[in-house]
Write a protein that binds this ligand. Structure first.
Ligand SMILES: [Zn+2]
Length: 135
């Protein structure tokens, strides 16, 4: 809100002319233009962020087979290793516990791998943006 310098009436921020006495204030125009420019910049930033996120998700989707292969390999590998270890140590442990441990560890490996892939994709994207700015 702003007060009219002439009649002291209160006006909304998005008006550059007083509603009461109809006086036009030049200073209000630049204010609202700056404000609109800022909104436009913010919108652009959000749009760029969304575009970036879409590219990252698309690339991760394309690597889905790789990610799942690693996960399945981890589940089976960890289960087999634990099973072998407990047989050698002659410790009797329910198979379901081994399955749970293998699944948990596999999920963790899958998650870490996805995070590292994501980091790599972001690095590549930033490199691309940097190169575009140079050329
Ligand atoms: Zn006024």
């Amino acid at each position: 809100m702003w007060d009219c310098e002439k009649c002291k009436a209160q006006n909304e921020d998005n008006f550059d002319t007083c509603w009461s006495c109809q006086t036009f204030f030049e200073s209000r125009v630049s204010d609202s233009t700056d404000h609109q420019l800022k909104i436009k910049e913010d919108d652009q930033k959000i749009a760029e962020e969304k575009k970036r996120e879409a590219i990252i998700n698309k690339e991760l989707d394309e690597k889905g087979f790789q990610i799942w292969s690693l996960a399945i390999f981890s589940y089976i590998g960890i289960f087999a290793a634990l099973l072998t270890l407990f047989i050698i140590l002659q410790i009797n442990i329910p198979r379901i516990v081994l399955v749970a441990i293998a699944f948990y560890a596999g999920q963790k490996i899958k998650k870490d791998y996805k995070t590292s892939l994501r980091k790599k994709i972001i690095e590549e994207l930033e490199k691309d943006i940097y190169n575009k700015k140079l050329s």
